[in-house]
Design a protein around this ligand. Structure first.
Ligand SMILES: [Zn+2]
Length: 170
């Protein structure tokens, strides 16, 4: 069947930056299973999947606006080192922090004796991405998957054992 905006799709993907640096890949691992339309995938990838069929392989380039968004300069902040309570703060460390935008993941991008510069942008914000995709399977969502808003089963991350079939077996 052809992929529509609420299909359950099982796919293999490899995502790279446009200089060819591979960022992530499912190849060699279990493929990913997702319910479309719930933004488990970035918008540009969901758009590209629509209309494809089981077995299709394709490449798609996705601009930041349809991926992780543009970088926001205001998310880079310099804070006093004293905020870290004597912790050994190093460039590249990331941690959860409460900021004006709520709780988010921030990364240390610079340090000095007095200050630490943290960046709350997603590491892939502002980065155009290239995807290589193989559509492994396509199916209709079950009513339960629609109710839950996510796919069930292998590769979905939601194999949480409360669907009716499993309850009846127990
Ligand atoms: Zn569920």
């Amino acid at each position: 069947m052809t992929i529509t905006s609420d299909s359950v799709v099982t796919l293999h993907y490899t995502v790279s930056a446009q200089d060819g640096t591979q960022l992530d890949s499912s190849v060699g691992k279990e493929p990913l299973t997702v319910l479309l339309g719930k933004r488990f995938l970035i918008e540009g990838l969901e758009d590209a999947l629509e209309g494809k069929d089981k077995g299709d392989q394709f490449k798609v380039s996705v601009e930041p606006d349809k991926a992780y968004g543009q970088r926001v300069d205001e998310l880079v902040q310099q804070v006093p080192r004293s905020m870290f309570d004597g912790m050994d703060v190093e460039v590249g460390m990331s941690f959860r922090a409460t900021t004006d935008q709520g709780e988010q993941s921030v990364m240390v991008i610079d340090t000095s004796e007095e200050h630490v510069v943290i960046d709350g942008n997603h590491p892939l914000a502002g980065v155009p991405l290239s995807f290589e995709v193989e559509v492994v399977d396509v199916r209709e969502p079950t009513q339960e998957e629609l109710d839950h808003g996510h796919a069930h089963g292998p590769g979905s991350g939601h194999d949480h054992g409360h669907d009716q079939g499993q309850e009846q077996q127990q």
